[in-house]
Design a protein around this ligand. Structure first.
Ligand SMILES: NC(=O)c1ccc[n+]([C@@H]2O[C@H](COP(=O)([O-])OP(=O)(O)OC[C@H]3O[C@@H](n4cnc5c(N)ncnc54)[C@H](OP(=O)(O)O)[C@@H]3O)[C@@H](O)[C@H]2O)c1
Length: 288
């Protein structure tokens, strides 16, 4: 059998990718820590349980790789998995990397370099996800509960991308084991326009009728808020520090890769907001 193992297969990009590949008749195997018993193409897969890795890979010639989330050091878990993938003859790996490298997360860069160095293996580097503005992401949760965005990013802009467009790119690259690829092994993926939090708040307000406040905070305060949302300590610190990079303009960039690879322009933020408008409806919030 050949097909695509989709790690993170229940997540924001992986679930959309599974749907797109199924529609195209590509066999998929959807990895999850808790696979539904009634889904024949689901497989149990846990990064922290290496015994689940060989069975998930067996018979698959392509892999969509979503590294372990909530860690700044994915290499110890992912390298043995990739060694097994190479041993089993996997021809294409598409890594969900990131354009926004967390401070202190050199391991993520090493992982991207490792993948890029293999012929036919590819790294996607998406910018910030538009889906961060939705619950359960802490940013989206705060908008929904309190109608506010707390940010240490000032007016710095990000080339926000809709996770559905990342999945569309991955679907093109995974449709065949040796599918279209020029010399590039690394794709920066963004939406069509970079926006700051003030722009985003205004667009959400226009399309939902709900005003969204911007509350400037410091990086340390932001890290505390992430910790309070039960994020691991080091990850919360690193994620909060991203705001400082946004403020300097480091993530104010856009690319044409979604259009180049899929033939469709990436979704703009207003379209994303329209598609999800009911999810920002007012919610009762306990005081904190
Ligand atoms: N959010 C952004 O702005 C952004 C920007 C650039 C890059 N990224 C990257 O996108 C990736 C996905 O992040 P996300 O927050 O959007 O998550 P997500 O893909 O929506 O969900 C996480 C996925 O990981 C799986 N998972 C969690 N723990 C696992 C474990 N121990 N073993 C195996 N699978 C596990 C979950 O599956 P089950 O629960 O079913 O096991 C779920 O499918 C991250 O690597 C992040 O660096 C995010």
């Amino acid at each position: 059998m050949t097909g695509v193992l989709i790690t993170g297969g229940t997540g924001k990009t992986g679930s959309t990718l599974a749907g797109l590949l199924r529609e195209s008749g590509v066999p998929v195997r959807v990895a999850s820590r808790i696979p539904p018993a009634d889904a024949p193409d689901a497989v149990r897969f846990d990064w922290s349980d290496s015994a689940t890795h060989p069975a998930a890979l067996h018979g698959m010639d392509r892999v969509y790789l979503v590294p372990p989330v909530d860690t700044t050091d994915p290499m110890p878990l992912v390298l043995p998995f990739l060694a097994e993938a190479e041993r089993l003859g996997v021809r294409r790996v598409v890594l969900l990397g990131s354009a926004i490298v967390l401070p202190g997360a050199a391991s993520a860069l090493e992982l991207a370099a490792h993948v890029r160095a293999r012929p036919g293996w590819v790294v996607l580097r998406p910018s910030g996800f538009m889906q961060n503005f939705l619950a359960p992401h802490p940013l989206g949760e705060r908008i929904r509960r309190r109608g506010e965005i707390r940010t240490a990013a000032g007016t710095g802009r990000v080339g926000w991308i809709d996770a559905r467009d990342i999945a569309a790119v991955a679907a093109v690259l995974l449709a065949e084991p040796d599918g279209p690829l020029d010399d590039r092994r690394d794709f920066l993926l963004t939406g069509p326009k970079a926006l700051n939090y003030q722009d985003a708040a205004q667009i959400i307000a226009i399309h939902t009728g709900r005003p969204i406040r911007i509350v400037p905070v410091g990086v340390a305060e932001q890290a505390d808020a992430y910790r309070a949302s039960s994020m691991p300590d080091a990850f919360a610190t690193a994620l909060a520090a991203v705001d400082a990079g946004i403020q300097t303009g480091r993530h104010d960039q856009i690319s044409t890769a979604v259009l180049d690879l899929t033939g469709c322009p990436p979704r703009a933020f207003p379209e994303f907001v329209q598609d999800h408008a009911p999810q920002w409806a007012n919610a009762e919030a306990p005081e904190d």
